[in-house]
Design a protein around this ligand. Structure first.
Ligand code: NAP
Length: 305
């Protein structure tokens, strides 16, 4: 599919994509760039790249496809460094969790002879780094592309084909719409998880060991989200500020409505609300985006270990 692919950032997402591309023979050569020597050495020894470079522009030179896989806040500086090295016809895409701010940061540094196809695979785990990646990460997951007016349809088709080849379903939408959709499906849930886990650890009347011991009652499902990478999530909230704050306002109003229902013993309102939310969960299972096994399949997995 490509002669040379450069992956800038070799963490969970970059290393998963490299592993899938290697497994399926999608690139003749995969070059990776990471800041730290440790990451470069790990990537080399795990064998999912052919060559590791410390500087992004060294990796991007002569690449047909460059995939930006660093935290969102670093993408502008990375693009500024690689812009002058891009060969004519090169395609640049990214995997950042926010789209409008990324386009604003990247576009000024894109040379006219290259194409930018903004993207976001809706796949991940709470783990980071090159060892956390696995080639199946993108299978049966969505990848959203948010092409802009300047993007050549041929470049979009190539990036779409790449994500489909690693098992994803691809959908296109505008960058602003993406940021609103992800604010509710990903950014707000993470914020709530970060809050509740912080609240629990600050409690004085319940000991921290009790919180951990009895976590299967619901708390532990929040802890998975709240264990996500701090740098990545700091950047997401700082760059998707408007959509997150707008939804946080809506969420706070809804929370207060439930608070009022509890205070006034309004069981009917609570029951009606919880029945509606149960339907959402059923819908997610029905379209195959999660398992309906008890405990999200945890017990089944533990038994088969
Ligand atoms: P990660 O595991 O923490 O890896 C980040 C990589 O970027 C590392 O190789 C790191 O290099 C490099 N890096 C960090 N800061 C940098 C900087 N200032 N300049 C150059 N390189 C830098 O992160 P990830 O989970 O793969 O996330 C990468 C991107 O994917 C983010 O934009 C995120 O929004 C997006 N994304 C993440 C998920 C998810 O669930 N994790 C899902 C979809 C999309 P060192 O190792 O040398 O520090």
């Amino acid at each position: 599919m490509f002669d040379r692919v450069a992956l800038i950032g070799l963490g969970l997402i970059g290393s998963s994509l490299a592993r899938a591309m290697k497994r399926d023979g999608l690139a003749a050569e995969i070059v990776g760039a990471a800041r730290s020597r440790e990451t470069r050495e790990t990537a080399r020894s795990l064998g999912f790249i052919d060559r590791a470079e410390a500087l992004p522009h060294e990796a991007a030179r002569d690449a047909d496809l460059v995939v930006l896989c660093t935290p969102v806040g670093a993408l502008g500086a990375v693009m500024q460094a690689i812009g002058p090295e891009l060969k004519p016809g090169a395609i640049v895409t990214d995997v950042g969790s926010v789209k409008a701010a990324v386009i604003e940061a990247v576009l000024p540094h894109m040379p006219d002879h290259a194409q930018f196809v903004p993207g976001h695979p809706i796949a991940g785990t709470e783990h980071s780094g090159p060892e956390a990646g696995f080639p199946e990460l993108f299978e049966n997951r969505w990848c959203i592309l948010t092409p802009i007016a300047e993007t050549d349809p041929g470049a979009v088709a190539k990036v779409r084909a790449l994500w489909e080849a690693v098992g994803s379903n691809v959908e296109e939408m505008t960058p602003d719409h993406h940021d609103r959709v992800l604010a509710i499906t990903s950014h707000l849930p993470h914020l709530i998880a970060y809050t509740i886990v912080g609240t629990a650890s600050d409690l004085e009347e319940v000991t921290r060991s009790e919180v951990i011991k009895f976590s299967a009652a619901g708390f532990r499902d929040f802890t998975r989200l709240a264990a996500s990478d701090p740098t990545m999530w700091r950047d997401v909230f700082l760059t998707n500020k408007d959509s997150t704050l707008e939804l946080l306002g809506r969420f706070t109003e809804d929370l207060i409505a439930l608070q009022r229902a509890i205070r006034w013993d309004d069981g009917e309102a609570l029951h009606k609300h919880f029945s509606r939310t149960r339907e959402i969960r059923r819908g997610i299972v029905e379209i195959g985006q999660d398992t309906d096994a008890p405990d999200f399949g945890r017990r089944t997995a533990e038994k088969s270990d």
